[in-house]
Design a protein around this ligand. Sequence first.
Ligand SMILES: [Fe+2]
Ligand SMILES: [Fe+2]
Length: 156
Amino acid sequence: MGRNDEERFFHMLRELEENPHVMELKKYRQHKGNTTFRHCRSVAVASFRMAQRLGLRVDEHALARGAMLHDYHLYTRRRETINGLRHLLVHPRLALGNAEKVFALTGKERNIIESHMWPLTLFKPPRSKEAWLVTLADKYCAFREMRGRHGDPDNT
Ligand SMILES: [Fe+2]
Ligand SMILES: [Fe+2]
């Protein structure tokens, strides 16, 4: 197993899950009816598990916060409000803007959020291990969820 402090990571994740600003994400949906809250939690767990498997030492705090806030765009995408491509390209920036209104984010956390759609966000590449893990875990979880698997990625 990896060298990260699992207890620290899950403690932080739990604190975020109980934060009323993060709980806002329960109102929005994506990927075949999954809530954005559940998707973000899955991305956090999957990115931490990946770090463990790869033996990568990570900043548990930044990883938990960046992953939990990566889709903090606070809307459910509907055809009439924002089209697919536009959503794909702009939602990381919207998520970052919203998250910054309610959390004091570090540079690393900001980059995790704004780079998570890379390579679509060409000029905002991931600049840390944590950001690389979140961009990979997001694609992995989105793919699972589109196939109707909304459960905890621990049980894959
Ligand atoms: Fe996203
Ligand atoms: Fe996502």
